[in-house]
Design a protein around this ligand. Sequence first.
Ligand SMILES: N[C@@H](Cc1ccccc1)C(=O)O
Length: 501
Amino acid sequence: MKLPESQVAVLNAASATDEQTIDRLAEETGLKPETVTQAAFELRDEGYLEVEETEDVEFELTEEGRDYVESGLPEVRLYRAAIEAGADEDPVQMGRVIGSSGLEGPEVDIALANFGRKGYGEIESGELSADSDADAAEDPEALALAALAQDDAVEDEDVLDQLVSRNLVNRREETVRSVLLSEEGVTLLMEGVEAAETVDRLTPEMLTSGEWEDVEFTEYNVEADAPEVRGGKTHILRQTADRVKDVLTGMGFKEMEGPHADADFWINDCLFMPQDHPARTHWDRFALDVPPIRDLPEDLVDRVEDAHRNGVGPDGDGYHSPWSEDFARAVALRGHTTSLSMRYLSGHEVGELDSPQRYFSIEKAYRNDTLDPTHLLEFYQIEGWVMAEDLSVRDLMGTFEEFYSQFGITDLQFKPHYNPYTEPSFELFGRHPETDELIEIGNSGMFREEVLEPLGVDCDVMAWGLALERLLMLMYGFDDIRDVHGTMSDLELLREMEVLR
Ligand SMILES: N[C@@H](Cc1ccccc1)C(=O)O
């Protein structure tokens, strides 16, 4: 019987009584593990071998983990320094304990975060007290690290999880395959097998010499383990943004661009946002300590000031609140991209616009929000507006329905809302595919006279700001936006994510 060389080698190295791993056989035959795997599967398919697969979980120290095996966990070092400083008797100033602990840079934060969690003591108004009953010598995480460093097993799953989440240990899962000769395999070996030379690719030489007719080709095994290739790929947020761009361009929209850091004038004043509005004085705005913007269109500044002070139209009424040009020229990171809409509608960017017009942007906006699963300090806003005669709320809803249906989202809900710059205004909601909850996905409305008249626009404008991240949540069922956005992203998820087309 003739078999490919690698199969013969594996057969000869395999045993009928002792299971051997692929790695072991690779060592013995001098073949690559992938080659052994392939040969083993082929032999199994012919009934000569049995292949058993088990999942092996391994824990490996990261570089940081290895450092701590040497130097001690930061919180343990902090605790020792605290005891030495007498913090088990009386609270000691935190700076002093840290100073004597030798902890530096990010280690300090790590130490402080874990100190409390492990019950080593408390930190209150800058003072640190240590619990004298705590036993730093028996720190389970430190013991586990030391054990792993010596290749000893650690049983406690909770401790392992903790170490993995602290990035001190990597968890690796691997399929381990072992082989055993079957009875047929043993018989075959006794009857004798010879190695047939096989070739794995056809060459021009073989074709011209006619040798191809006699050679035996290696078969493909599509189940064989292959090294994983992880090339770069466009981030899912960017892919979705590109799709949104395609959809909106397809709907006849042109793209706007403009500065991330802008004069408050464009971000707020043009929008008839009173200067004493809480959102403008509030902490949720990222003010920049840079010189004020000088080149604002003077006549527009005058008209906007007039709208704020005196209102617009015969029955108009302004805020009568103080309006300061300095305030309008101050620079901040835009809290919405409606600043771009103001720049374009005013004619400042591409000249005066004749109705009808449609514009959009997909750009970052910045808000000093509290981070949570649906809020980030920066997010992508899908801004848009349509300028035309006689627009109604139905046009607005119809546009959203058309837009979102391109992403498979058909269950939209509109809720009346208030914006200082639109009337009427609507918040837009969509249903989360996993939790079935309604989540807010955008805000919209028809710009008020007080906004449009100073800009020099004399027909209707409907407008909106939608969150790209929320669209992603509806499309992919994410429940925590931080998994896909920013430095805490779940890389595994981003790598594995299949992109919806
Ligand atoms: N600027 C609003 C969105 C919006 C834009 C235009 C008109 C109405 C609403 C926001 O950030 O929520």
